[in-house]
Design a protein around this ligand. Structure first.
Ligand code: NAD
Length: 470
């Protein structure tokens, strides 16, 4: 597990040294060849500057803004070679992608992030505060830079790794149901999913990490970026919309532009629950928090006949964050305002638990199947410093994407669905704990405490209306 997988030729610039940036550093040192005196971390905060000092990495202590980002980044790539790894919040991914193309350097991020002002206090209508227009903008831009320097969009654990796990899961389901499968291109993968009869996919996650200290009232506690969770959690809920769905949910809206693979619900994702399933706990609630993979997956797996989509899965995040984060969301939803203080649980504070993050494929011949990574915080602690289990699932995906980008330097704009999942998981697997496959006969109609009025479709248990808990 100590192998150097790839070399960065030129400068290496990491933007943001938060929970993910700190965890990515030791993996880069272990697995990427780079020039230490051409590695710069741009991070406005001085809180963790000592780590960079200890590792002998240059710390450029400044915040990127619309006014300075181009000058700052150009000065770091005098010969126009190298890679930008953007692990920050509040720095516009699309602007950085354009600049990276102009400079001729590779680029990688884990979300499509806008400058401040989009997530909160925005004058935009809710339809325009979704991820769909952000992703459509990135896809349109990509068409202008075909064959340009590789720009990997949205590649962490999810979005990111889950798209690679989904491909493994499909091959496993094909094997277990006796379906011949040898997919190569996008159309083959989409046809395989259709043949398998998959109606939908949850990105089904359960974070069980706990601290010994009870969450103080008024403090928002999470196991990764609090700002990141709040930003996406208070965008509207959003999901890929399958061709089998009969009716839009209450407050649900189609988009009036673009290819239309998704819908949005006029409610915050962090207050929109679905019934879902994860190993260990079994049935659970998850939040439909908007994510790029809830858009890229339905888009990638659409089967077209001319300009008609004849098959597409429903797809969305069903996230059970850590107990402290659930309580934090409950508090701020009740208060109607954001918390004044925040805290990210470190690996040293976490006394038990881990993160189960996988894909739940449902509606096929075997009912439902969860396939994913089950990583305990204890194991994460043993594998590499500065990160909990959640962080490690993300940072190892960033590492895999860096390796893939270095090996495929002129692939233009890509998302995880379009990368080589075998190679990426090869790099990442040592950091994922156990990869497990679980079949279950659970459906969203199968468990209730007492019966109350609800909108049930008994004819098709896999309708989104059956999952949605309002
Ligand atoms: P964090 O909040 O711990 O750290 C973000 C860092 O960005 C902070 O250190 C902050 O000082 C820095 N920053 C803020 N403004 C900046 C600016 N103008 N210029 C440069 N740096 C700035 O967040 P994190 O947990 O490290 O997450 C980092 C990013 O990764 C977030 O965008 C998050 O949404 C994303 N993420 C993606 C996944 C995934 O699986 N795809 C998972 C976790 C996090």
């Amino acid at each position: 597990t100590q192998a150097v997988h790839a070399r960065i030729d030129g400068a290496l610039v990491m933007i943001g040294f938060g929970s993910i940036g700190r965890g990515t550093l030791p993996l880069i040192e272990r697995h990427i060849g780079f020039d230490r005196d051409r590695f710069t971390v741009i991070e406005p905060s001085g809180d963790f500057a000592h780590i960079l000092r200890d590792h002998g990495i240059r710390h450029l202590q400044c915040a990127l803004t619309p006014d300075n980002y181009a000058d700052v980044l150009r000065s770091l790539f005098p010969e126009g070679r190298g890679m930008i790894v953007n692990l920050s919040v509040d720095v516009d991914s699309i602007e950085l992608m354009k600049l990276a193309q102009e400079m001729g350097v590779q680029y990688l991020d884990t979300v499509v992030e806008p400058w401040p002002g989009f997530y909160f206090g925005s004058p935009l209508p809710n339809a325009d505060r979704t991820n769909y227009p952000l992703r459509e903008k990135v896809r349109a831009l990509g068409k202008a830079y075909v064959g340009g320097p590789t720009a990997v969009s949205c590649c962490g654990a999810n979005p990111g790794m889950v798209s690679w796990l989904l491909k493994e899961a499909l091959l496993r389901l094909a094997l277990d149901t006796g379906v011949a499968a040898n997919p190569v291109g996008r159309e083959d993968w989409a046809a395989l999913m259709q043949t398998l009869g998959v109606k939908g996919i949850h990105i089904a996650e359960r974070d069980t990490q706990v601290s010994a200290r009870a969450k103080p009232p008024g403090v928002f506690v999470n196991t990764w970026s609090v700002d990141g969770l709040l930003s996406e959690g208070y965008q509207p809920a959003e999901l890929g919309w399958g061709t089998h769905e009969k009716a839009l949910p209450p407050q649900g809206h189609a988009f009036d532009h673009g290819p239309g693979y998704a819908i949005w619900i006029d409610r915050p994702g962090a207050d929109t629950r679905v019934r879902s399933w994860c190993p260990d706990v079994g049935p659970q609630f998850g939040f439909v928090i908007t994510h790029n993979e809830a858009l890229s997956i339905p888009d990638y797996y659409t089967v077209w006949e001319g300009d008609r989509a004849v098959y597409r899965p429903t797809c969305h995040y069903a996230y059970h964050p850590s107990n402290d984060a659930i309580l934090s969301l409950h508090e701020i939803n009740g208060a109607g305002k954001l918390a004044e203080a925040q805290h990210i649980l470190t690996v040293d504070e976490i006394v038990a638990g881990g993160d189960d993050l996988g894909v739940l494929l449902y509606g096929h011949a075997k009912g439902a199947m969860w396939y994913g990574s089950r990583l305990s915080c204890d194991e994460a602690r043993r594998l590499a410093p500065y990160q909990n289990a959640t962080g490690m699932q993300v940072t190892s995906a960033v590492l895999a994407a860096m390796v893939w980008a270095a090996e495929n330097p002129r692939a233009g704009f890509v998302e995880a669905d379009e990368m080589d999942h075998v190679r990426c998981l090869d790099v990442q697997r040592p950091y994922l704990g156990r990869i497990e496959c679980h079949y279950t006969d659970w459906t969203p109609l199968s468990h209730r405490i007492n019966r109350f009025a609800e909108d049930r479709d008994e004819d098709d248990p896999w309708q989104f209306s059956n999952f949605l808990a309002v």
